[in-house]
Design a protein around this ligand. Structure first.
Ligand code: KIV
Length: 277
């Protein structure tokens, strides 16, 4: 079905899935970046980036599409295998692309391919019927990262890439969904484009760590898309939460270090790079 050559699983990594909960308990902020090839992966590993995501954002920043919807499981598996060859320490997370998680059985096939390509965890968007998918994968020994708030695979329904959870009812629904994905077995939760107070409340509610992108400094960690962090023009509007760390760091390695330091010292995101309410 999916065709990527298998990689050793688990890879010999310093980071393991149970360590995510330890980091939250110890108050250690998680530093996460997206990555798509071995060269950048090697540099991220050398700098001590904790979590590396093969995001379906690759559809936009690598393949040049105007959404993530055209991305296929084989695309993610290919880039996962490339990144896995460059990493020895970071935890590797791979996205389940559009509709590959529409049913538990489809998700199991896709997630198996991604773990065999070198991932240690898969990420999927949404709650609702995805709760059954999360439970199904976790019962079958596949660690899951959930993703709530702005879920880019919902762009057609949402009518664009917009901040989510702005009014009271929407914020309450997000908090319920966050508890539900944790109860279904997710080990990590990405919160995208959520007002700071809502993300802070969700982070306080949960035992699993939250990783924010446009969700404020009170999340347990932060993630950015590699191309955004380096100021690469990928042909799309730059959201408010994006910061060009290359300008500050002076080199690619310097940019990764500047980002990691800013996250660990809870200086990023500042008010200029988040949504107050
Ligand atoms: O696809 C992706 O890169 C992501 C991040 C923005 C979290 O989901």
């Amino acid at each position: 079905m999916y065709t990527s050559a298998p990689t050793d699983t688990p890879r010999k990594t310093a980071w393991t899935v149970p360590m995510l909960a330890d980091a939250k308990r110890d108050g250690r902020p998680l530093v996460m970046l997206t990555c798509y090839d071995a060269g950048f992966a090697r540099t991220m590993d050398a700098v001590g980036i904790d979590l590396v995501l093969i995001g379906d954002s690759l559809g936009m920043v690598v393949q040049g599409h105007n959404s993530t919807l055209p991305v296929r499981v084989d695309d993610i598996a290919y880039h996962t295998a490339c990144v896995a060859r460059g990493l020895s320490k970071a935890l590797l997370i791979a996205d389940l692309p559009f509709q590959s998680d529409a049913t538990p059985e489809r998700a199991l096939d896709a997630a198996t391919a991604l773990l065999q390509a070198g991932a240690a965890m898969v990420k999927l968007e949404g709650a609702g019927h995805k709760l059954e998918v999360i439970r199904f994968l976790v019962e079958r020994e596949i660690p899951v990262c959930a993703h709530l708030g702005l879920t880019p695979q919902s762009v057609l329904r949402l009518g664009g890439y917009k901040v989510q959870g702005r009014d009271e009812a929407a914020a309450a629904r997000l908090r319920e969904d966050a508890r539900a994905v944790q109860d279904a077995g997710a080990s990590l939760l990405v919160l995208e484009c959520v007002p700071n107070p809502v993300a802070a409340a969700i982070t306080a509610d949960l035992a699993i760590p939250t990783v924010g992108i446009g969700a404020g400094v009170q999340c347990d960690g932060q993630v950015l898309v590699l191309h955004d962090l380096l100021g690469v023009n990928s042909g799309h509007r730059r959201p408010k939460f994006v910061k060009d760390f290359l300008a500050e760091g002076g080199s690619i390695e310097g940019a990764f270090r500047a980002y990691a330091d800013a996250v660990r010292e809870r200086r990023f995101p500042d008010e200029a790079h988040s949504y107050a309410g």
